[in-house]
Design a protein around this ligand. Structure first.
Ligand SMILES: Nc1ncnc2c1ncn2[C@@H]1O[C@H](COP(=O)(O)OP(=O)(O)OP(=O)(O)O)[C@@H](O)[C@H]1O
Length: 298
C-alpha cells in the first residue's frame, strides 16, 4: 500500500504539487495520469526519498521510504530508464543491483528472463539498447529484489503495442499476487489498458480519482436520435447535463436513465451506448483543459 497524504512541493514560489492525497492499494494497478508538467514525477520522487516534500508525506506499507533498511526488497522503482549507465551491459547493471541488495546470483538470469531480455541482449552495452529494451531493463532492476510494491514513472514509454501488452500482463500478474503497482503516464490510452484505478492530476492538483469502471461510467452515455432537441429538453428536465455530438448528444447519466427518459418523452433512439473509451478521453481532456499548458495559454 502506498499512501500519499496531503503532499505539497514548492520550488521557490512555484507549486509543483499541491495538497495531493491518494492511495495505491495492494492487488491493484493504479494509474497516475496527467499532462506534461502536472507533478507526477515530483510526487514519485518524494515517494522514493529523492525529493523532500514541503509539507505532507508519503508512506509505503506505513513507513517512510528513507526508513527502509534494504529498500529494493520492498519497493521496486523505475524513474528514468535512460539514466542507466550507458557503458555497462544490461547484465552488469542487474548484477550490481543483485549485489547491492544481497541477493543470490541466480536472480540476475531469472530476472532477465522475466522481462524478456535474451542472453545476447544482456551482453550488449546499454548505449546500444532501444528505448523499449531500456524500459525492460529498468523494470528488471525494479523487480529483482522481489518487492511487494512497484513505483514506475512512464514505464510504457518507448514500448511498442506488443511491449505494452507484455507489460500489462506482467503488472497484472504482480497485482494478482497481492502486489501494489503505481505507474504514471501522460497518455490516457496507455494507462487505460493497464490500470484498475486512476488518479488524474493537473497542475499539481488531483482532478479526479476512482476505479477505471467508475470513471468510465462517469463519462456518460452517447445517444443518437432524429429528435435531439426534444431529448435534450427531457434530459434537462430530469436534471441530466448534456453535450451536443454529431447527430445526438452525450449525457452525464447511465444508459438506463437516458433510455427511460427518451421512452417517457416518446423519442425514438438510433443509438444508445456507454461513452466508454471515447468518453474517458473527453473527460481527461476536459479535466486537464484548465490546467494543461494549451488550456492556460488559450
Ligand atoms: N527541481 C525543480 N526545480 C524547479 N521546478 C521543478 C523542479 N522539478 C520539477 N519542477 C517543475 O514542477 C512541475 C512538475 O514537474 P513534474 O516533472 O513532476 O511533472 P510530470 O507530471 O512528471 O510531467 P511529465 O509528464 O512532463 O514528465 C513542472 O512545471 C516542472 O518544471
Amino acid at each position: 500500500m502506498i499512501s500519499v497524504e496531503s503532499l505539497t512541493k514548492h520550488y521557490g514560489r512555484f507549486t509543483a504539487v499541491d495538497h495531493v492525497s491518494f492511495t495505491a492499494a495492494p492487488g491493484r494497478v493504479t494509474g497516475f495520469l496527467g499532462p506534461n508538467g502536472a507533478g507526477k514525477s515530483t510526487t514519485m520522487r518524494v515517494m522514493v526519498g529523492l525529493t523532500r516534500p514541503t509539507t505532507g508525506r508519503v508512506t509505503i506499507a506505513g513507513r517512510d521510504y528513507r526508513e527502509l533498511a534494504n529498500p529494493g526488497l520492498e519497493v521496486g522503482v523505475l524513474l528514468d530508464a535512460s539514466a542507466q549507465h550507458a557503458g555497462r551491459t544490461g547484465r552488469e547493471i542487474l548484477a550490481i543491483a543483485q549485489q547491492t541488495m544481497g541477493l543470490p546470483r541466480t536472480r540476475v538470469a531469472e530476472t532477465l528472463a522475466r522481462v524478456g531480455l535474451t542472453e545476447d541482449e544482456a551482453e550488449r552495452r546499454v548505449r546500444n539498447y532501444s528505448l523499449g529494451m531500456r524500459q525492460r531493463l529498468g523494470i528488471a532492476t525494479a523487480l529483482i529484489g522481489d518487492p511487494d510494491v512497484l513505483v514506475l514513472d512512464e514505464p510504457a514509454n518507448g514500448l511498442d503495442p506488443a511491449g505494452i501488452r507484455w507489460m500489462r500482463d506482467l503488472l497484472r500478474g504482480f497485482a494478482d499476487d497481492g502486489g501494489t503497482v503505481l505507474l504514471s503516464s501522460h497518455l490516457l490510452h496507455e494507462i487505460e489498458v493497464i490500470a484498475d484505478d486512476l488518479v488524474v492530476i493537473g497542475q499539481g492538483r488531483i482532478v479526479a480519482q476512482g476505479t477505471k469502471a467508475e470513471l468510465l461510467a462517469a463519462a456518460g452515455t452517447l445517444v443518437r436520435t432524429a429528435d435531439v432537441e426534444r431529448l435534450a429538453r427531457a434530459l434537462h428536465e430530469a436534471a441530466v447535463t448534456t453535450t451536443p455530438i454529431d447527430g445526438g448528444l452525450r449525457a452525464d447519466a447511465d444508459p438506463e436513465l437516458v433510455g427511460e427518459t427518451a421512452h417517457r418523452a416518446g423519442v425514438a433512439l438510433r443509438e444508445l451506448r456507454p461513452a466508454d473509451g471515447a468518453g474517458l478521453e473527453e473527460m481527461f481532456l476536459e479535466l486537464t483543459a484548465e490546467t494543461a499548458r494549451e488550456g492556460a495559454a488559450a
